[in-house]
Design a protein around this ligand. Structure first.
Ligand SMILES: [Mg+2]
Length: 111
């Protein structure tokens, strides 16, 4: 992730530097909307789409998020790892219970 952040940083600096924080936020929100459209299309809820389009929009969103991380000097990998740690600490009991319930329902459906 550090390498990706560095590549994004080099590209942005080639293009003249980062946008203002709320411009970067607007770009990320716009890309999230495009990802939503791509997913709705792929799931045939709104038109027809492709996994390639979802991948493209995910890439755009990640790029926009990495720009925000770089703009604030935040280590994106550390941010995600911290989130994983929080999920693990906060929700592990809940997820284990959900997984166990799903396995039990699956077994009931198999019989
Ligand atoms: Mg896009």
């Amino acid at each position: 992730m550090k390498r990706l952040q560095k590549e994004v940083d080099e590209l942005i600096n080639e293009f003249g530097g980062y946008w203002k924080p709320f411009e970067m936020l607007a770009a990320a929100v716009e890309e999230l909307g495009e990802l939503a459209d791509a997913m709705l299309a792929y799931e045939r809820i709104k038109g027809e789409g492709s996994l390639d389009k979802i991948q493209e929009e995910l890439g755009d969103l990640f790029f926009a998020l990495l720009c925000i991380a770089n703009g604030y000097g935040i280590d994106a990998e550390k941010a995600v790892r911290d989130t994983i740690r929080r999920y693990r600490a906060r929700d592990s009991a809940k997820w284990n219970k959900v997984s166990k319930n799903k396995r039990e329902v699956s077994k009931e459906n198999d019989t």
